[in-house]
Design a protein around this ligand. Sequence first.
Ligand code: MG
Length: 158
Amino acid sequence: MRVGIGHDTHRLGQGGPLRLGGIDIPHDRHAIGHSDGDVLLHAITDALLGAAALGDIGELFPDTDESNRGRDSAEMLQLAHSAVRRAGYEVVNLDCIIFAERPRLSLYKDAIRRRVAAVLGLDASQVGIKAKTGERVGEVGREEVIMAQCAAMVRSLP
Ligand code: MG
């Protein structure tokens, strides 16, 4: 068994939708990024890479590479997951936290969970999604940024 952690932050800009966990959420802001700006999928990607000591998302998909512009983060996550499996590991579970003042994510958590599980070929029971606000303080509370964290447990493939 091995564990990995991932964290990501993106600035928020005017105009939606908000791409999060592989789905488009109706909102008046979007996450600014070189790729599609999906903080949750980026945090999960880094957690999986970290669990296998395979570096980080910036090494695999540099933002200096034009081919990564506007790229679907689900595709990057799948490539990272493939690398983790090639290194001899399978995912046991993921536990994730999204930090966003708005929108209320309680309506979307289950859809995000099912989408993340589908992207990785996991059962939804292997994916935990939690959402926190910034209590109206700090950069999350002022809606300047959206953040996500993920812990990933992997085990050696049989
Ligand atoms: Mg990112």
